[in-house]
Design a protein around this ligand. Structure first.
Ligand SMILES: [Zn+2]
Length: 136
């Protein structure tokens, strides 16, 4: 419920989460643009939109960080991503990289409750096939 995140926005949010740009840590927009292979003006525009949605805190020349709400949303996406990874991996045995890319296309959209059911049916695992923790 609540705030909708697009697949494009997902990239920024998960990147900021991975490099732990929240709480006291900010990162410059040039660095983000470089890491995501996006032009700096495009990155600034996207980050401004995320700021307006309340998911990042973006101050020009000071950089950007996730807000508490932003962190909450990323963790929810990663939770769904990792649960689906287990499901897809168990049933296809395809390379994890391939599975990961497929799931990136659906994890922002798919219903939380559906994935929660899958999670319970999988025996409430703690880690994804990469060994990354599944957020609670
Ligand atoms: Zn994984």
């Amino acid at each position: 419920m609540g705030i909708k995140v697009t697949k494009g926005e997902r990239k920024y949010l998960t990147y900021l989460y991975e490099i732990e740009a929240y709480g006291g840590k900010r990162i410059g927009t040039t660095k983000i643009a470089k890491a995501l292979n996006i032009s700096p003006p495009t990155a600034v525009e996207a980050l401004q939109k995320l700021h307006n949605k309340g998911l990042v805190d973006f101050i020009k020349r000071k950089g950007v960080r996730l807000t508490d709400e932003g962190v909450r949303i990323v963790r929810r996406i990663l939770r769904k991503h990792r649960i689906l990874e287990i499901l897809f991996f168990n049933s296809t045995r395809l390379p994890l990289e391939e599975i990961c890319q497929c799931i990136e296309k659906i994890d922002v959209e798919i219903d939380d409750k559906l994935v929660d059911k899958i999670y319970v049916n999988l025996g409430m695992p703690k880690f994804c096939p990469h060994g990354k923790e599944i957020p609670q």
